[in-house]
Design a protein around this ligand. Structure first.
Ligand code: DX5
Ligand code: ZN
Length: 217
């Protein structure tokens, strides 16, 4: 499968948001990862709808929105109205997962379901056929700059096998601690959508790093 790269804006220079989005999209990124945290589902607060709307003004590639918020159904319409092309929510944060997926799909955008490191694939397997992407978190959500958890690769392998066995060509995204050393483990396990914040935005050669990631297979 083609490898797609989604730099996480959480690690960009916020004083230069437009320039940073352009740096990412001019470096061969396939989409831009946008981390929304509510201070409840995770112990951090990042940014939200007004910043997404501003980002949309200069983004010419899809905005990949990762909602780390409780009961995301409350805000699906607002994020889609303000520029989300992919909406990924956490299974652990919803009282009704199917309703969230239906709301996202009813807006004509892509739906993703995310799993924290300790959440098993079994708990979401019934939803996999209803979504476009599964995000396997490779760190505890909430902060950039943490270390990649290799033990989460078993879940990536399980999901890739499930996708292959069912003819789904599912997008499997990994997020957290991805760098030149860890990315190959994720790709070998079957991930094809690579999120990376610190590694890509702190690099002075983002295009080169992205080329290297996309050359893995
Ligand atoms: C963490 C976020 C990630 C974060 C990744 O909760 O979901 O997208 O930005 O940052 P790095 O690549 O620095 O681990
Ligand atoms: Zn994220």
């Amino acid at each position: 499968m083609e490898i797609k790269v989604s730099p996480s804006l959480l690690s960009c220079d916020f004083l230069k948001l437009g320039d940073e989005i352009n740096r990412a999209q001019n470096s061969g990124s396939d989409m831009i990862h946008f981390d929304v945290m509510d201070g409840m589902f995770v112990n951090n607060i990042s940014f939200g709808i007004p910043l997404l709307a501003a980002s949309k003004k200069c983004a010419y590639i899809p905005l990949d929105v990762h909602l780390m918020i409780n009961e995301p159904i409350r805000y699906i319409d607002a994020f889609v109205d303000n520029g989300a092309d992919i909406v990924t929510f956490h299974a652990e944060a919803c009282s009704n997962v199917t309703a969230v997926i239906k709301r996202i799909k009813s807006r004509g955008v892509m739906a993703g379901i995310a799993l924290k490191p300790n959440t098993p694939v079994d708990s979401i397997v019934e939803y996999v056929k209803l979504v476009d992407m599964v995000l396997v978190m490779t760190v505890e959500p909430g902060f950039g700059g943490q270390s990649f958890m290799y033990e989460t690769m078993d879940k990536v392998r399980t999901l890739r096998k499930y996708s292959d066995d069912n003819g789904l060509s599912l997008d499997i995204q990994v997020d957290g601690g991805i760098n030149a050393d860890t990315v190959s483990a994720a790709v070998e396990a079957g991930a094809n959508v690579i999120v990376s914040g610190t590694y890509l935005f702190k690099s002075d050669n983002m295009a080169g790093e992205i080329r290297k990631i996309k050359a893995l297979k």
